[in-house]
Design a protein around this ligand. Structure first.
Ligand code: G4P
Length: 533
C-alpha cells in the first residue's frame, strides 16, 4: 500500500494540515472562539450552534443527560474544517465539569495550541495546568487575550503575568487601543495595520487600515487621544518586549500574542490567518526505537483517547487514532502491535464539525475513530509493517481519589472487570493498595467518579458506592537502586499501591506530606506522569 503513495502528494497533504487544541480556564471564551473559528471555516453556518449545546449540558445533570453529553462530545471531540486551503483539526479539550485526564491527553496529540486568556483575569489555574502538559513536548503556543470589549487588566500587566506564571516569552503581534467602552481596536504590529472596532459591525472584520508609519497624522484623526497612547505603548513594547522569533515560537519558548473580542468576532480572523501561516504542520513523533517523520510513506498511528459508545447495550468503544505518518485508506489492514495481530480498519470515522462521515482516506495530523470492543487501549500503535511503539501519551497523576465499596460481595469479579476496563479507557485510574484489597480510583476531574459509578451499574450490573479516602495526590516512584526503593516501599507500606499496569505508586495523604517525603528521599524519583507500557 505504501508504494501507491506519491511522495509529492504526501508532502502536500502534510504541509497543509494544522492539528491543534485550545487551552484556557473555564469562561475565558474557548467555546465562543471555537464557534467563530468554525464559522470562518464554513463548518457551521450559524453562531450559537455550539453554545446551545453547552447550555443543554448545564440544564440537566442526570445520567441520561450525561449519556447525551457523551454523544455530543464524540461528535465535537475533533472538529475538522478547511480554511484558506489549510486542513484544520481542532481537538476539543474538555473543560468545566468534564475536565479529566482526557483533556490533558488530547494535548499530547496536537502539534500546537491556542491559549485563550480572559483580559480581566490573566492566567488562571486550569490554563497553568494545561500549559504544563504542553511543555512536556515543547508544544508551540499562540495566545489570544479575549474580552477587550470589557474593562480588564493593563495589557502590559497581562503579558508580564503570562511571562512570569507560565515562563514563556511574549511577543505581541497586535496591540489593543483602549479597552471596555473605550475599546477602539487593535494595531497589528506584524502587518502594520490598524483594525478599528465597532461592536455593531455584525461579524466579519473589515480590511485593516494600513499605516506603515505610526507617526502618520491619519492615526490621530482616527484615534484621537488614543493615538499618542498607542505610539507610547508600541515604543515601550519595542524597547522592553521580545521581537517575534518564529524559531523560538516553534520551540515553545515564545508565544505570539493577539488581543481581541471573540464574541464580537474581533481579532479572530487576524488570529486565524496568522495561525495557519505560523503554526507547525504535523511534527515527527518519537517511538521507543526511533523518530517517525510524517513524510514517511508507511502508515502509522497512535490511539490517544478511548470513548465509550453512546449505546450502553453494546460495549463498543471508539478509539481516537492520530495518524503520524503515511496515508490511511478505508479498509486498510494494519498491525496492532501490542496484540501482535493484524486488524482491518473497515469502519473508521472521520470527524467533521457537525457529523461523522465515513472516511476514504486520511493523512498525518488527521484523527480517525476506530470502533472496537475493548481491544484498543490508549497508547496502542498501528503500522503497516514495522513494529513500533509511540511514546509521549502518558498517564497523569490524579488529583481526586475515592475508595469503591461494593454493595453485593458476590459481584466482586464484575467489579474487578468493570474497573479494569473502564480504567483502560483512560478517564479514571485504578490503584490497588499493597496492604489490602481496596479499589482506589483516582481522577483528574471529579465528574469522572459519577460517570464510572453509573457505567458500573449500567454496563457491568455492579452496585457500588464511594467512600472518601485520605489521599490528596499520587506519584509514580522509581529508583535506580532497588534496595532504596524496597526500603521506601517498606517504610510507606500503607501508602503504596500498584496502578492498573502494575507500576509502583505512592499515594500521598497531602501535598505537604509529598513535598516533605520528596525532600527526605532524594534518591527516589517521583513522577507526575507515567508512560504507558
Ligand atoms: P468557555 O468555553 O471558555 O468556558 O467560555 P465561553 O466561550 O462559554 O464564554 C464564557 C462567557 O464569556 C460567555 O458569557 C461568553 O458570552 C462570554 N464571552 C466570550 N467572549 C467574550 C468577549 O469577547 N467579550 C465579552 N464581553 N464576553 C465574552 P456567559 O454569560 O457565560 O454566556 P452567554 O450567556 O453569553 O452564552
Amino acid at each position: 500500500m505504501a508504494a501507491d503513495i506519491s511522495l509529492k502528494q504526501l508532502t502536500r497533504e502534510v504541509d497543509k494540515r494544522r492539528t491543534f487544541g485550545i487551552i484556557s480556564h473555564p469562561d475565558a471564551g474557548k467555546t465562543t472562539l471555537t464557534e467563530k473559528l468554525l464559522l470562518y471555516g464554513g463548518a457551521i453556518q450559524m453562531a450559537g450552534t455550539i453554545k446551545s449545546r453547552k447550555a443543554n449540558r448545564y440544564a440537566t445533570s442526570d445520567w441520561m443527560a450525561m449519556e447525551q453529553e457523551r454523544g455530543i462530545s464524540v461528535t465535537t471531540s475533533v472538529m475538522k474544517f478547511n480554511y484558506n486551503g489549510f486542513e484544520i483539526n481542532l481537538l476539543d479539550t474538555p473543560g468545566h465539569q468534564d475536565f479529566s485526564e482526557d483533556t490533558y491527553r488530547v494535548l499530547t496529540a496536537v502539534d500546537s495550541a491556542l491559549m485563550v486568556i480572559d483580559s480581566a483575569k490573566g492566567v488562571e489555574v486550569q490554563t497553568r495546568k494545561l500549559m504544563d502538559v504542553c511543555r512536556m513536548r515543547d508544544t508551540p503556543i499562540m495566545t489570544f487575550v479575549n474580552k477587550l470589549d470589557r474593562d480588564g487588566l493593563d495589557p502590559l500587566d497581562i503579558l508580564e503575568d503570562i511571562e512570569k506564571t507560565l515562563h514563556i516569552e511574549c511577543a505581541p503581534l497586535s496591540w489593543p487601543i483602549g479597552m471596555g467602552k473605550q475599546f477602539q481596536g487593535t494595531y497589528n504590529i506584524h502587518k502594520k495595520q490598524l483594525h478599528l472596532f465597532s461592536a455593531t459591525h455584525g461579524g466579519r472584520i473589515q480590511e485593516g487600515i494600513v499605516i506603515t508609519d505610526i507617526n502618520d497624522p491619519k492615526l490621530d484623526e482616527l484615534l484621537g487621544q488614543h493615538a499618542d497612547e498607542l505610539r507610547m505603548n508600541l515604543e515601550l513594547i519595542e524597547g522592553a518586549g521580545y521581537p517575534f522569533d518564529r524559531e523560538r515560537y516553534l520551540k515553545g519558548l515564545q508565544t505570539p500574542v493577539f488581543f481581541g473580542s471573540a464574541i464580537n468576532n474581533f481579532g479572530v480572523q487576524e488570529l486565524l490567518d496568522t495561525f495557519v501561516e505560523l503554526a507547525p504542520p504535523p511534527q515527527p513523533r518519537q517511538t521507543t526505537t526511533r523518530e517517525v517523520s510524517p513524510y514517511e510513506p508507511e502508515f502509522s498511528g497512535v490511539a490517544f483517547k478511548i470513548q465509550a459508545n453512546m449505546d450502553p447495550a453494546h460495549r463498543d468503544r471508539l478509539a481516537f487514532v492520530r495518524i503520524c505518518s503515511g496515508k490511511f485508506t478505508r479498509g486498510m489492514k494494519v498491525r496492532h502491535h501490542r496484540l501482535g495481530k493484524e486488524i482491518q480498519i473497515a469502519n473508521a470515522t472521520i470527524f467533521m464539525a457537525q457529523d461523522r462521515t465515513g472516511v476514504e482516506e486520511a493523512w498525518p495530523g488527521d484523527i480517525i475513530g476506530v470502533h472496537n470492543h475493548g481491544t484498543i487501549r490508549i497508547g496502542d500503535t498501528f503500522t503497516e509493517k514495522e513494529p513500533l511503539k509511540f511514546t509521549g501519551i502518558p498517564n497523569f497523576a490524579p488529583e481526586h481519589f475515592r475508595r469503591v465499596i461494593l454493595k453485593n460481595p458476590l459481584k466482586s469479579k464484575q467489579l474487578n472487570k468493570g474497573l479494569t476496563q473502564l480504567s483502560e479507557e483512560g478517564a479514571v485510574q485504578l490503584f490497588r493498595p499493597m496492604m489490602n484489597n481496596d479499589y482506589i480510583l483516582g481522577a483528574v476531574g471529579v465528574l469522572q467518579f459519577d460517570v464510572i459509578m453509573s457505567r458500573l451499574k449500567d454496563e457491568y450490573g455492579v452496585d457500588a458506592v464511594y467512600e472518601p479516602v485520605q489521599t490528596e495526590t499520587a506519584r509514580w516512584v522509581t529508583c535506580d537502586q532497588q534496595k532504596i526503593l524496597d526500603q521506601f516501599t517498606r517504610e510507606f507500606q500503607s501508602n503504596m499501591a500498584l496502578d492498573a499496569e502494575g507500576a509502583l505508586t505512592y499515594l500521598a495523604p497531602s501535598k505537604w506530606r509529598l513535598d516533605y517525603t520528596m525532600e527526605q528521599w532524594p534518591d527516589i524519583v517521583f513522577h507526575t506522569t507515567r508512560e504507558k507500557v
